[in-house]
Write a protein that binds this ligand. Sequence first.
Ligand code: PRP
Length: 194
Amino acid sequence: MSFYKPETVECNGEQFKVLLSQQELENRISEIGEEINRDYADKRPILIGVLNGAFIFLADLMRHISIPCEVDFYKLSSYGDEKVSSGKVQQRKDIDANITGRHVIIVEDIVDTGLSANYIMNIVNRKKPASVEWVTLLKKSEALKYHVDIKYVGFEIPTLFVLGYGLDYAQEGRNLAQIYVLDGELPEEGEKTD
Ligand code: PRP
């Protein structure tokens, strides 16, 4: 199968270049899958993806999970079509599963300020699950404003606008097979950053 993975790409009139390659993503996602297999053997976890962004990561992660598991989805929106969060989370879809007494793993593409994660923790905890853990492909540590404990982190990244592999810019770019960053935001190799 061949995936869409150019070295540079234009999206909504702006140039992006590769930050994380398809191979780097595949390797790390396989490792996280193995960790979940070990940590959740006999627990039949339910993975809850946060739409839209998490759909590709969740699909690939699940294919590395070899223990019995289930899947469901929340749909939230905080960014609209902008590059920065609106600061307001809106729930657009609830889960269908009854998660009371279940081991829940919430799956995000990115945790940025932590606002969405906090919002979800509040609604999930009210349903009295046996346990709740988070897995996110990307985490912008320096942008975190709302504390959230994340057990499985794919990659810690600087506070940059990223695109691809489920992440969008005004709804475009989710189909890219790699993670991209705005050209010019990432220092070139050897470039002085201070
Ligand atoms: C993105 C992402 C997370 C959230 C992270 O969703 O998928 O859910 O923002 O940001 P935060 O930590 O500052 O809350 P977005 O609102 O862009 O919707 P989308 O997943 O449909 O693209």
